[in-house]
Design a protein around this ligand. Structure first.
Ligand SMILES: NC(=O)c1ccc[n+]([C@@H]2O[C@H](COP(=O)([O-])OP(=O)(O)OC[C@H]3O[C@@H](n4cnc5c(N)ncnc54)[C@H](O)[C@@H]3O)[C@@H](O)[C@H]2O)c1
Length: 316
């Protein structure tokens, strides 16, 4: 039985990854600090669903505590998904990104090195591409023009992992996720915000006057990519994990409107600091090396989310 540490296991992606790992018979230990960046009740609800996983409440920036966890459990692999996420929040709260994303990741790399854990899979982000003009974004593109501190921490995580691969032979795989959505999704992200606003009859804030596009990726497709990366260590690789199709924000909102049979009350606003206007991924590398094959269309994915939202929040 493979014993896997999943950091951020009470988070959106970590929860779904942990559930899938438990379901296929892996032994899963989760570390999460259940911070209140968004509704802690949602993190608790996810944790409650994780039958069979060991849940440890700890902070990855606390080396001593993390070292005890590594001493107690002999991990075979680490899947590092804990982070302070969110581009916009990094404008007002930069230091938490330094602590959780830089120090937290360094701690995990050091712990893998010191405890002989060879395989390290970690979350990076599409935001490392910044405002790159060339589309779709490919792993070979230069990523030295980040436009948010969040993006800078993710880029630096990739470089830190590269160093640990070079110096200590750790197998490190970095996954650049593109706008992940689905049941149990993050309350600070577009689909959740739009759905909530429509249900509550509130205005829907549409940034950059609607001139935005995202490569929206359904959670089960992301999970299959993460599991493939866990199962297949390379020396050091970076992969885009996306659907491979950019959708205009207004078309995405239309899809939500269709499900409710109403038109959203849209409020058009300028672009926010740190936000990029368009993301679009070349996923050929993940297809070739990981056998990654995203299957979920926007219409199916949005419906799954809205069905979950209505049942979770008991909306009729
Ligand atoms: N969701 C997306 O669209 C997306 C896109 C690109 C990258 N990512 C990255 O994927 C990973 C997972 O994202 P998510 O959407 O599930 O976010 P999330 O916020 O739902 O999950 C992150 C989890 O990490 C935990 N955490 C944060 N700081 C911690 C710390 N110092 N110690 C212990 N636990 C801590 C949080 O409590 C949370 O449960 C993150 O690294 C994020 O940056 C996500």
């Amino acid at each position: 039985m493979t014993k896997i540490l999943v950091t951020g296991g009470a988070g959106f992606i970590g929860f779904h990854v942990s559930k899938a790992l438990v379901a296929r018979g892996d032994e899963v230990v989760i570390v999460d600090n259940f911070n209140d960046y968004y509704d802690v009740g949602l993190k608790e609800a996810r944790a409650k669903e994780l039958f069979g996983a060991t849940i440890i409440r700890a902070d990855i920036s606390d080396y001593k505590t993390m070292n005890k966890i590594f001493e107690t459990h002999s991990f075979d692999k680490v899947c590092h998904l804990a982070a302070q996420a969110g581009v916009r929040y990094s404008v007002t709260n930069p230091f938490v990104y330094e602590r959780s994303n830089i120090l937290g990741t360094l701690n995990l790399l050091e712990l893998c090195r010191n405890h002989g854990v060879k395989d390290f899979v970690f979350a990076s982000s599409s935001s490392v591409y910044g405002n790159n003009k060339k589309l779709p974004f490919s792993e070979d593109d230069r990523v030295d023009n980040p436009i948010s501190l969040y993006a800078a921490t993710k880029k630096s995580n990739e470089e830190m992992a590269y160093v640990y691969h070079q110096l200590y032979n750790l197998n490190c795989t970095g996954l650049r996720f593109f706008t992940v959505y689905g049941p149990y999704g993050r309350p600070d992200m577009a689909l959740f915000l739009f759905t909530k606003a429509i249900i509550e009859g509130q205005e829907v804030a549409v940034f950059n006057n609607g001139e935005m596009a995202r490569d929206f990726t359904y959670i089960s497709d992301i999970v299959s990519g993460v599991l493939a990366a866990i199962d297949k260590p390379f020396g050091f690789e970076i992969f885009n994990l996306a659907r491979g199709e950019s959708i205009r924000l207004l078309d995405f909102i239309s899809e939500i409107e269709k499900n409710f049979g109403v038109l959203a009350n849209k409020k058009f606003l300028p672009i926010q600091l740190g936000d990029v206007s368009k993301t679009s991924a070349d996923i050929s590398k993940a297809k070739k090396l990981l056998g990654y094959n995203p299957k979920t269309s926007i219409s199916v994915g949005v419906k799954q989310f809205i069905d979950w939202y209505k049942s979770f929040y008991k909306v009729v």
